[in-house]
Design a protein around this ligand. Structure first.
Ligand code: ADP
Ligand code: MG
Length: 697
């Protein structure tokens, strides 16, 4: 019966062309189906009456019942208002009106018993309720209390008499005719097993819940359905990809054993072992691996990637690792070279600044297969870069690379699709990862190598700057280095941000004898790299910078990270910045500087940073503060446009939904079983929008 729900909203009784145009524009409601899916965002509790004697201004909207007396009009002109007292056995409260006084006077009568709904506020010593909803009490009020739905609307709609109440009326009217036509969207077996309400019941009770219990059941059912279909789509995409993209199976272990037993300078953490196993399982399978490896800064992702490369090299293929900047690529190259030297493997570095001759040599070695590992920037995506047999492509710091670039790597092998491992230090809450990367496999390094000293984080006000400078000086005297990061890149007169260069000058004044680096986004990349290198080599002691240093620089000797105007940064960014220190053996510090004026949210961010070093915990707070759409940027927000489920709160349900979808596809991958006909129909309806979906990964 899709047709019926596609009926234009204009044709609902009481709507018509004018209101329909408003509903289209203001709420995106075009059809009957759209209106039914415009769920209430909260409910007013009309199930019980409060005692007037129990009222406090801490309560939100309450329902009370009492008789009216002492109606008065006070003041004149703009200050005119009307008051009335409402009394029950337990006390009395004042009702007050500033507008519509004539109407109120006409409608209300002393001595009559009324039902009042409104918010008590304190006014001097007394409580009053301004502009309450008011109805004459009838025995019906006594018998059936109810939850009144509250709908999102807009100022424009309200001015055209389409307030929440009016929308509720439309819903009621639509439901009466539409409910019998609502088709079930989940299999009976699933409804029964999971104790879910039918779709019909759920729609009825989401709009007009019989009581709290029915409301909860309706919400649960609709949220589950929504999450289930999201997961089903993602998992189907993944199955389709696995079918299409065959790869080569690698199961060589000799090289790994040599490395593991003779050269690995430390024990792997349990998390590293677990993740390596997960990756191996993929690479042995013959299907192309597409795995996202999440691990906090310093959790040891590089060595995991290297160990995985060894099985590829052992199997006669080559591996590549791609980093977002030249500095990072060089760091990887130098780090990995220590390992490859011991194993007698060949490694090369290719970046934008690799000289022509060296470049030609690299190309040759890649094509004849004598080079085992190529480290580089996106220079390695360029066309002349041809591998004899690329078996594994590792992408570090995933968020700097787009989908197209990843696909380009796949094309670097004509015989089979190379395995792909994407590594990121930006923690994404699991629930979000499951949705955003639902068609990728996700591994998590949730443990740091032992012996790391947790970074000590403190919050300091600008007024303590001198003390902070004193601290910087002592750390530098101990031989350490210091980062000072500023939030701005664009100058803006309006924003009260300290200018990077002002900061630089004031630091120069405070430390006149110290060599200081400055790096910001407007510098040429060659100049930037030059300054960074000076700091890496400890020629400069302080690095004054904007957030360009966020990704991956490794200077183990740097032990202090000072973040200016810290309240301006998002949590993910603060965490990334803090990750620049704590990389060596010394105790490291992060100092978050702010002035006294911080928003509540800003304070939550700062407090979270001070409280924990755990990236996933921080990501969860971030998700709660910003909501899922914001967190991932606009690009992917379409995926997260959920009607009723909320990824920041429904993590458990999401997991259940994913499991159900997984199980279903295992048993019936093509959805041909008759018992799954509801699902097949629903999926077919959604297929159109899948075009957008396939772009996600
Ligand atoms: P990230 O995950 O941030 O990329 P790295 O791979 O750069 O982290 O590792 C950070 C440091 O920790 C490196 O110096 C690395 O050699 C070291 N490391 C990695 N794994 C371990 C381990 N299991 N025990 C001790 N040190 C380790
Ligand atoms: Mg790294």
């Amino acid at each position: 019966m899709r047709g019926y729900f596609d009926t234009k909203i204009e044709f609902l009784k009481g709507v018509g062309p004018q209101k329909s145009a408003l509903l289209n524009k203001e709420l995106g409601i075009f059809t009957f189906g759209d209106l039914l899916q415009h769920y209430p965002f909260r409910y007013e509790d009309r199930t019980q009456f409060f005692n007037i004697g129990d009222l406090t201004d801490a309560l939100s909207n309450v329902q009370i019942r009492g008789s009216l007396f002492q109606m008065e009009t006070i003041g004149a002109g703009r200050k005119k208002r009307m008051t009335a007292q409402l009394r029950d056995d337990t006390g009395q409260v004042e009702l007050v009106w500033f507008k519509g006084i004539k109407w109120v006077q006409k409608k209300l009568q002393p001595g009559v018993e009324y039902v009042i709904f409104g918010k008590p506020t304190r006014y001097g010593k007394k409580l009053n309720i301004a502009h309450p909803e008011i109805e004459v009490f009838t025995p019906a009020h006594q018998q059936s209390g109810y939850l009144q739905p509250v709908y999102h609307t807009s100022e424009v709609l309200k001015s055209k008499f389409l307030d929440s109440k009016a929308i509720s009326k439309l819903q009621k009217q639509l439901l009466i005719q539409a409910l019998p036509k609502v088709a079930e969207t989940l299999p009976d077996e699933m409804l029964y097993r999971m104790g879910l309400m039918s779709k019909m019941e759920a729609l009825q009770h989401i709009h007009f819940p019989k009581d709290q219990r029915y409301l909860q059941k309706a919400r649960w059912r609709l949220k589950f359905e929504e999450l289930f279909y999201v997961q089903l789509r993602l998992l189907k995409l993944k199955l389709a990809r696995v079918d299409k993209f065959r790869s080569k199976a690698f199961n060589e272990t000799a090289l790994i054993n040599t490395f593991y037993h003779q050269h690995l300078p430390f024990d792997l953490t349990n998390a590293q072992k677990k993740v390596i196993k997960e990756i191996y399982r993929d690479m042995r399978s013959g299907n192309q691996m597409n795995r996202l490896l999440q691990g906090d800064v310093g959790s040891g992702k590089t060595v995991v990637a290297f160990i995985c490369m060894l099985t590829i090299i052992g199997g006669g293929s080559q591996a590549a690792i791609m980093a977002p900047t030249e500095i990072l690529a060089e760091q990887h190259y130098r780090g990995l070279q220590e390992y490859t030297d011991k194993l007698g493997l060949e490694i090369g570095l290719l970046t934008g600044s690799t000289k022509k001759k060296a470049r030609r040599e690299l190309h040759e070695k890649l094509e004849n297969g004598s080079l085992d590992i190529l480290v580089g920037t996106h220079a390695l995506l360029e066309d002349p870069v041809k591998f004899k047999s690329l078996g594994l492509a590792v992408i570090d710091e995933q968020h700097r690379f787009g989908v197209a670039q990843r696909a380009k790597l796949w094309g670097k092998n004509d015989q089979f699709f190379p395995h792909v491992l994407v590594m990121t230090a930006t923690p994404i809450p699991r629930t979000l990862a499951m949705t955003l990367y639902g068609d990728l496999d996700v591994s998590v390094l949730d443990e740091l190598p032992p012996g790391r000293k947790p970074i000590e984080t403190v919050h300091r006000y600008d007024t303590n700057r001198l003390k902070v400078f004193g601290f910087i000086k002592r750390q530098i005297d101990l031989g350490r280095q210091v980062y000072i990061v500023y939030p701005l890149i664009e100058e803006s007169a309006k924003m009260d941000l300290k200018h990077l260069e002002d900061g630089y000058e004031s630091i120069q004044r405070a430390f006149p004898k110290l060599p200081i680096s400055i790096v910001h986004g407007r510098m040429k990349s060659r100049d930037k790299d030059y300054e960074m290198q000076r700091f890496v080599k400890a020629e400069t002691k302080i690095m004054v910078a904007t957030t360009v240093i966020e990704v991956g620089v490794n200077v183990p000797n740097a032990s202090v990270m000072i973040i200016e105007n810290a309240e301006r940064f998002g949590l993910a960014q603060l965490h990334q910045l803090r990750g620049r220190v704590g990389r060596g053996a010394d105790q490291s510090y992060c100092i978050l500087m702010t002035n006294f004026k911080i928003s509540k949210e800003g304070r939550t961010r700062i407090d979270t940073m001070v409280r924990t070093n755990n990236g996933f915990e921080i990501a969860d707070v971030d998700l709660r503060l910003r909501g899922p759409g914001d967190l991932m940027g606009t690009q992917q927000s379409g995926v997260l446009d959920l009607l009723i489920a909320d990824l920041s709160q429904d993590g458990k349900l999401l997991q259940v939904a994913r499991q159900e979808a997984q199980q279903l596809l295992q048993e019936d991958p093509d959805l041909t079983d008759t018992k799954n006909h509801h699902i097949r129909r629903q999926v077919a309806q959604q297929r159109q929008t899948d075009i957008n979906w396939s772009r996600i990964s």
